[in-house]
Design a protein around this ligand. Structure first.
Ligand SMILES: NC(=O)c1ccc[n+]([C@@H]2O[C@H](COP(=O)([O-])OP(=O)(O)OC[C@H]3O[C@@H](n4cnc5c(N)ncnc54)[C@H](O)[C@@H]3O)[C@@H](O)[C@H]2O)c1
Length: 255
């Protein structure tokens, strides 16, 4: 059976639990014929345990996206395993507790800086770390939570996602000449570890219960995973700097 990622080699960050959006991207990518390599934070053992639940084995490489040594050695380690890459998934987000949950006006810059470093600047770091492996071009895909709006509880993750969205556009601008596309999926709320770390996440997510034109299941990351795979495939060949909403339509409902 042929798949839309047949013959493609894809690096996927952010597999922590089965509830991780990245786990579902990896699962669908393998089902669609890709060879997948995973990166892990904070410990490879956690990701290795979850990776056993994927349809096929996947090698795991440790990567703290704020650690320059990890970034510098990444291309060499991936080259040993796969030779080259056709796609990269950035599924990484983090903000310290005092940057979330209603503390917006009092959050110290150190916490904002951490949120920006891990959640936004890291898209550039990861793209540049993997660029030497994508000399034939490729697709970079990240995950955002619609940064056009001020959400309850989301606080400094909002500006961090706005920075991520802008970073994606600038990467698309600067990497287009190398045949590299950079796009984001703007996903609706999913009950992942990242979501559980946001105090009041359920209040934020409740909007989906009342406004989503299409049914939305917060326990199902597969729609986001499938859309990531679509962007990794050859079926969006002239799309870059784009944000595709996978949110059951909530982004376009006024009231
Ligand atoms: N869950 C949601 O409601 C939702 C909605 C829209 C977008 N997103 C985004 O999707 C992405 C994946 O989140 P998720 O919901 O699957 O949660 P998750 O907790 O499963 O994934 C977050 C990942 O970030 C990784 N990470 C954190 N700090 C890191 C670092 N320094 N270096 C490398 N990796 C690091 C964690 O290891 C984890 O795998 C994030 O960008 C998140 O903001 C999530």
């Amino acid at each position: 059976m042929s798949g839309i990622l047949d013959g493609k080699r894809i690096l996927i960050t952010g597999v922590l639990m089965e509830s991780s959006i990245a786990f579902h991207a990896a699962k669908v990518a393998q089902e669609q014929g890709a060879e997948v390599i995973l990166t892990a934070f904070p410990r490879p053992t956690l990701t290795e345990r979850i990776a056993k639940k994927l349809p096929k084995p996947a090698k795991v490489i440790e990567l703290d996206v704020t650690n320059q040594e990890h970034l510098d050695r990444l291309a060499g380690l991936v080259r040993e395993e796969l030779g080259s890459l056709d796609g990269v998934v950035h599924s990484i987000g983090f903000a310290p507790q005092d940057a979330l949950g209603g503390n917006f006006l009092n959050t110290p810059f150190e916490s904002v800086s951490t949120a920006m470093h891990v959640s936004a600047f890291s898209l550039k770091s990861l793209a540049m770390a993997c660029k030497p492996l994508m000399s034939e071009g490729g697709s970079i895909v990240g995950l955002t939570f619609d940064a056009q709006y001020a959400w309850p509880q989301y606080d400094w993750m909002g500006p961090a996602k706005a920075a991520l969205e802008a970073t994606s556009r600038y990467l698309a601008r600067d990497l287009g000449k190398d045949g590299l596309r950079c796009n984001l999926i703007s996903a609706g709320p999913i009950r992942s570890m990242a979501a559980k770390s946001i105090p009041g996440f359920e209040e934020l997510a409740d909007v989906w219960n009342t406004r989503a034109p299409l049914a939305w299941d917060m326990n199902d990351p597969e729609p986001a995973g499938r859309s990531i795979v679509a962007l990794l495939s050859d079926f969006f060949p002239r799309t870059t700097g784009e944000i595709i909403h996978v949110d059951s339509g909530v982004h376009m409902i006024g009231a």
